[in-house]
Design a protein around this ligand. Structure first.
Ligand code: ADP
Ligand code: MG
Length: 756
């Protein structure tokens, strides 16, 4: 049966005022009786004969009704998944075209929403209606033998054309009768100096003034044909459209039920109706999408919580033993993050926490301290970095801070087989506590004696997959993900809603803001001079060239030429070049020379390899800066300014810079704050591009824009949270709809395993 709002409202009342309902059940149940299936109405008949039925009997009835109403009949909804060609074979050509934009089933077309609405009138500017009497027509032959039909109409304000490049003798010629009135609709153009519409649609007079939804369609699918198909599909399938949101949420926000919302989206009859319901209908879909997203993420989060983790012992005494290792005072933000992490570690739940903070905000130290505490508890720690160079850097930094008081090792692909085997044996026997490397150490056959803590640096979603691998191998360590891509809070909620989040929003004291300046390519001489000043003061510099594709020989050539230019100016002995095709050992060798000041300038074609910590490097020159995204630019800039000395970032851009490229560079000059920059980035690129959903491992957001729809996102999140607090497995009848929808729509996307 379909969702009947009046029954649902009534039920909602019952659920809200249970006590009152028990006393006055007759007045509640009687009006419902006729609307319910026989089976239930018989039960009602039965119960209203009783003077004082048990409350449990009454509960049973309510349950039955709820189940009846809320159960989504899979079979029915599945009908919407039927390919349209089955029932609409006369639209076969149109359907072939629609396939190109992913429309194949009834569901596809019904949920393909218009991107705008036109009013069918003469005044709308892009597409409009021209009304006039048909005067005459002629067929003109073009140079290449094509025939064009030009029809002249006389309207109130003068003559206009209807033009057809493709026509046959039946259409539209047969249709046009001299002296009769026609309404031509389409894109307004200019033809022979007169207004014209090419391939117009003829509108009947009663269509004038109505609202016309406009859809993104393949070029050769005509609007009116599409609309008539859509209407037919809707009629045919509307009985199978079952409500997908619980009634109490529909009522809470004053939404319309699904079927009506769809009706007002696709077939707004008149302007008043449109004004009243269209926005509301759209809101419903935005809400629904974000609601299920949050619900899915919460469920996933709960499932993490079900994994029994390790209960670490962390007390003041242990913390005091660590104090001597840290040569500086932690910032308040670092302390707060540590407190969050300690609480997770102390609990028996498995930790899944994301530590966010700008480059250089001191995340690594926080991870080290937490890891060392795990070691003090007798466990092993794996510290996973995205590249070998970064793994080595973390390893070295760790040794610098903690000396050999904690056994540690670095396992990378460039190790000799023999050495690798040896180290792995030590890991297996538990002789080494702190293991640094890339994700290969988790994926390979490394066996840990007792892995208790894992840090995953800079790999966001990827870390969530690692978690699965670890659990499959029987490890349930606490997991700390680190990210230097600061993203606005709403985005974190959306994409990391299944993780706990700590944010370090403060840089260590004494950091001087980096001075950022932009130069045109032809001003590169000036940049060289500025860099020279710093080199002469004993500092070092990076030059970065974007190589989108390391195998692109043209790009590589450009980078090599740029290197030669730099080498010529600064002296070959002072400059080294680092590129992605080099072996790890070569890269390490070069990096070490740079760190030891044997070379003063590092020219690099890869971005990630620059992720090193060299405090005496004070200049970052980014060439072709217009080719980098904002977050990349910010990451690169974060490689300088790591000591106490004033640092500089010079953005060099070519003349081919786009408007957006210029905006990015301006943003870099104006802001040092990564959060601010990521907000700008998000605004410029839109959420889809900002975080390719493919990478994030989440379903696409079709209706919502999480920047604009923040308020809806937050309400949806709160609702999802409340519901799961009461009913974590969605077993109550009133939540059945949620469970069904999650399974039906989102199960794969969320890898939800624990909703049955
Ligand atoms: P992130 O991992 O967030 O990029 P790091 O942990 O690598 O940052 O810290 C950057 C630099 O700042 C390191 O050299 C680190 O030793 C130093 N540092 C970290 N925290 C502090 C602090 N509270 N006070 C002073 N220096 C700090
Ligand atoms: Mg770091």
């Amino acid at each position: 049966m379909s969702l009947d709002l009046s029954i649902l409202k009534q039920l909602n009342n019952i659920l809200k005022n249970k006590g009152y309902y028990y006393k006055n059940f007759k007045s509640y149940l009687l009006p419902l009786k006729d609307k319910l299936p026989l089976e239930i109405s018989q039960k009602i008949d039965n119960i209203i004969t009783k003077e004082n039925p048990e409350t449990s009997e009454l509960d049973d009835i309510v349950n039955d009704i709820l189940l009846e109403i809320y159960s989504i009949k899979r079979g029915d909804y599945n009908r919407l998944k039927e390919p349209l060609v089955i029932k609409f074979s006369n639209f076969v050509k149109t359907l072939e075209q629609l396939k190109k934009i992913g429309i194949e089933t009834a569901e596809d077309i019904i949920f393909h929403f218009p991107y705008k609405y036109d009013i069918l009138s003469s005044s709308s500017n892009d597409r409009c209606v021209l009304t006039g009497t048909f005067e005459d027509s002629k067929i003109v032959k073009t140079k290449n033998g094509k025939k064009i039909l030009e029809a002249v109409f006389k309207g109130d304000t003068g003559y206009f054309y209807g033009v057809w490049f493709n026509f046959n003798n039946r259409y539209p010629l047969l249709l046009l009768k001299k002296g009769e009135n026609y309404n031509l609709y389409g894109k307004l153009q200019n033809f022979n100096g007169l207004p014209a519409i090419v391939h117009p649609e003829f509108l009947s007079t009663d269509e004038l003034g109505k609202i016309r939804p406009v859809y993104l369609l393949p070029e050769n699918v005509k609007d009116n044909l599409y609309l008539s198909l859509l209407k037919k599909v809707y009629m045919e399938y509307s009985e199978h459209i079952v409500e997908t949101l619980p009634l109490r949420l529909i009522i809470k926000y004053g939404f319309l039920d699904l079927k009506n919302s769809l009706r007002y989206i696709h077939f707004p009859d008149n302007i008043n109706e449109f004004k009243k319901y269209n926005l509301l209908s759209h809101r419903r879909f935005v809400y629904e999408e974000l609601f299920y997203l949050q619900l899915g993420l919460f469920i996933r989060k709960n499932s993490y919580g079900e994994v029994r983790g390790i209960k670490f012992d962390i007390d003041k005494d242990i913390l005091l033993t660590l104090k001597p290792y840290i040569p500086f005072k932690l910032t308040d933000a670092q302390k707060k993050a540590l407190k969050d992490i300690f609480n997770d570690m102390k609990s028996s739940k498995q930790m899944n926490r994301l530590l966010q903070g700008d480059v250089g905000s001191g995340k690594t130290v926080v991870a080290f301290i937490s890891g060392v505490l795990a070691v003090k508890n007798g466990y092993q720690v794996a510290f996973i970095s995205p590249t070998e160079i970064l793994a080595e850097q973390h390893y070295n930094n760790f040794k610098k801070l903690f000396k050999d008081d904690f056994s540690s090792c670095l396992i990378t692909g460039s190790l000799k087989q023999k050495d690798k085997k040896y180290l792995k044996a030590l890991v297996e026997s538990g002789d080494i506590s702190f293991i640094f490397g890339t994700h290969a150490i988790l994926q390979e056959d490394t066996i840990f004696k007792n892995l208790g803590f894992v840090v995953i640096d800079e790999q966001h979603r990827f870390g969530v997959m690692q978690r699965k691998i670890l659990i499959e191998k029987g490890y349930t360590p606490d997991i700390l993900l680190m990210s230097a891509t600061p993203i606005p809070r709403t985005l974190s909620l959306t994409f990391y809603g299944d993780l706990e989040i700590s944010i370090i929003d403060q840089l260590p004291p004494g950091r001087k803001p980096i001075t950022t300046k932009a130069f045109r390519q032809k001003e590169i001489g000036k940049v060289f001079d500025l860099v020279k000043e710093q080199i002469e003061k004993g500092f070092s510099a990076y030059f970065v060239y974007p190589l989108i594709d390391e195998s692109d020989t043209l790009d590589l050539k450009a980078a090599t030429q740029a290197y030669e230019q730099v080498a010529e100016f600064f002296g070959e002995d002072n400059v080294g070049i680092l590129h992605g095709r080099m072996k790890a050992e070569e890269k390490n060798y070069l990096m070490n020379r740079f760190k030891n000041r044997e070379i003063k300038i590092l020219v690099s074609t890869t971005v990630i390899e620059v992720g090193v910590d060299v405090p005496h490097a004070t200049v970052m020159v980014i060439e072709n800066a217009e080719r980098f995204g904002l977050s990349q630019l910010h990451q690169l800039r974060g490689r300088v300014g790591r000591g106490g000395d004033q640092s500089f970032c010079y953005l060099v851009y070519s003349d081919k810079i786009s408007e957006d490229g210029l905006k990015r560079i301006k943003a870099m000059i104006n802001y040092n704050d990564g959060f601010k920059l990521s907000e700008i980035d998000l605004e410029m690129r839109g959420p889809g591009d900002f975080f390719g959903t493919r990478q994030s491992g989440l379903p696409d957001l079709k209706f919502s824009n999480i920047i604009k729809d923040t308020d809806i996102l937050l309400s949806a999140r709160e609702d999802a949270f409340e519901i799961l607090k009461e009913d974590p497995y969605l077993n109550k009848p009133e939540n059945r709809i949620l469970k069904e929808m999650l399974k039906f729509k989102w199960k794969d996307a969320y890898e939800l395993v624990n909703i049955g």
